[in-house]
Design a protein around this ligand. Sequence first.
Ligand SMILES: [Zn+2]
Length: 213
Amino acid sequence: MTQARADAFDRVLAGNKSYARRCYEHEPQLWQSLSKGQAPDVLWFGCGDSRVPETTICDCKPGDIFVHRNIANIIAPGDLSSESIIDFAVGAVKVKKIVVCGHTKCGGAVNSLTDADLGPALNNWLQPLRDLRRKHQAEIDALDSIDDKSVRLAELNVRQSVDTIKRNPTVQKAVAERGVTIHGVLFDIVTGELKVLDASDDEPLSAAPWQHR
Ligand SMILES: [Zn+2]
């Protein structure tokens, strides 16, 4: 186990070396320019899942996206971490777009389909998602597979998180003064594609069912 960990660490260090070399060869100005400051246009709220790295899946570069990721991209009212991110990225850095991204095959969503004991911190963290599942229990129960149930819960979670963000005073000020918009998306782990949940910036996200392709 120790050996495997050491190998994985060696791998990321070697990966960083080759990345830095490639940057130096192909885009020597990138880090020099970024060292002067950041001006990302997008604030991204996503899940910590290793398969949904926003900068990679959106074909972006360092400096493009300000990021906050946690288990199951839960943005709950009163959460100091996400609210601090909003104050900084929206209030000070002045991003133009806020994106909340859920995804299929989300372990946090799957584990919120029941009330299984996952440990005190994780039980507490997943509480808003489990409450959301209870609120839509009949609809979720009617779906056939764990995949379908968890995708539906992930979508409901994105919509609820978008609504929470829209009620944040820093966001409301930015919407009024600079026309900042908030968007909900779902990432499909099977296809590698994002699906926009609602193209309208002004209307609250509807409860239209997610369609599997
Ligand atoms: Zn996830």
